[in-house]
Structure formats: structure tokens, C-alpha cells
Design a protein around this ligand. Structure first.
Ligand code: GLN
Length: 203
């Protein structure tokens, strides 16, 4: 609930499938006013949107069934800050590899992402990474990868914030942020802090 004079920006979390609750908690810890979004009316008044990890094919299918696909696409095109984690990163990619035949993304980031890219070698793993753009970047960020995508092609306007074995796993293009990993499960909120900062700067 917004109580009027709050500096906490209202941020939606796409809540059709995936680890919604973890993102709501992390956003709250980062000083935002987070709300789950299940229908298009709940997109009204948000200053930013998070697309959680989960299963991108399911998030895609349910977003279309619930009439959220086109409104989210339009908001991204209009410049709304959006952060996608894992399946959310897939959904922000203009192009995907190893997707389902009819899989659609919201798009927005000029990149090609391969689904389950690390998963072909090892299903999930953790790593301490240097992530640019967060506070204290010299302090390693613990990352959790679960059947994660990686980025295979990047447009010129896309900035790489972190890599694993040469593969970009955290990227930013303007108001759009995406990570292959799940920062919502570790208790280190510096990625969510960065996104909340992006939302405040955009407002
Ligand atoms: N492999 C999943 C997909 O394609 C993503 C996994 C995740 O979000 N942890 O959607």
C-alpha cells in the first residue's frame, strides 16, 4: 500500500510464475514499494517492473493468456525501467536460441540469449563475481545460476556488467537490466539496489 508521502518507488513484479516472493522481499529490502502484477490494471502507476526467474516458456504463455504481453512490451518500448533475472533475462532478449517453437519474448535488449546454456554442462552452480555498476563492485557478488541462459550476441548499446568464462551474464541497456543469475536468493541486495536506483533516476 502506498501511503502518499513515500520516496519508495512503486515497482511491479510480474507474478504469473516464478520466484515472485523472493523479488518482492529483495525489493522491499532495497527501499522500494513492490507489488505483484497479475493483470494489466496492476501495471498502472508502477515506476519499474521485475520479471522473475522461473520458466520462460511458462511466463511467456501465461503473460499472453492474461493479456500482459502487449502492455509489458509497450511499457518497455516507452522506456520503463525493467529488470529480468534468468527466465526474466530471456524474456527481455530481442532474440533467443533453444526456445520453444512458438516462444515469444517481450524483447527490449538488443541481444541473443541461449536458454539453458550452462545447463547443458551443469544444471546449477554458484560463483563469486565482480559485477560492475553496483555499489562496492570490488566486493565479490555471490551468484546462483539455475539452468541459466547466457548471452551469445550483444548490440553496441549493451553494456556488460559481469561475465562467467567469457560469457556475459549481467547486462544493461539504458533502463533495462538483466542477469542470468538469481540475486534474490542470497541476501546480497546490491543488484536490486542498482535497479531501484535506476527506477528513481528515471522517475
Ligand atoms: N531455464 C529456464 C528458462 O528457460 C530459466 C531458469 C531460471 O529462471 N532459473 O526459462
Amino acid at each position: 500500500m502506498t501511503t502518499g508521502h513515500t520516496s519508495a518507488p512503486r515497482i511491479g513484479v510480474l507474478a504469473v510464475q516464478g520466484d515472485v516472493v523472493e523479488h518482492l522481499r529483495a525489493l522491499e529490502a532495497s527501499g522500494a514499494d513492490p507489488h505483484p502484477v497479475r493483470r494489466d490494471s496492476e501495471l498502472v502507476g508502477i515506476g519499474g517492473l521485475v520479471i522473475p526467474g522461473g520458466e520462460s516458456t511458462t511466463i511467456d504463455r501465461l503473460s499472453r493468456i492474461f493479456g500482459l504481453h502487449d502492455p509489458v512490451r509497450d511499457l518497455i518500448a516507452s522506456g520503463l525501467p525493467v529488470y529480468g533475472s534468468c527466465a526474466g533475462m530471456i524474456q527481455l532478449a530481442d532474440e533467443i536460441l533453444d526456445g520453444h517453437q512458438d516462444q515469444q519474448t517481450f524483447g527490449g535488449i538488443d541481444m541473443t540469449v541461449r536458454r539453458n546454456a550452462f545447463g547443458r554442462q551443469v544444471d546449477s552452480f554458484e560463483a563469486d563475481l565482480r559485477v560492475e555498476g553496483i555499489v562496492r563492485p570490488e566486493e565479490p557478488f555471490r551468484t546462483v545460476f539455475i539452468r541459466a541462459p547466457w548471452v551469445e550476441r550483444l548490440g553496441d548499446d549493451v553494456e556488460v556488467l559481469a561475465r562467467v568464462e567469457g560469457h556475459p551474464v549481467a547486462v544493461r541497456q539504458g533502463a533495462l537490466l538483466a542477469t542470468s543469475f538469481h540475486p534474490e536468493v542470497t541476501g546480497d541486495h546490491r543488484i536490486h539496489d542498482l535497479f531501484v536506483r535506476m527506477v528513481k533516476e528515471h522517475a
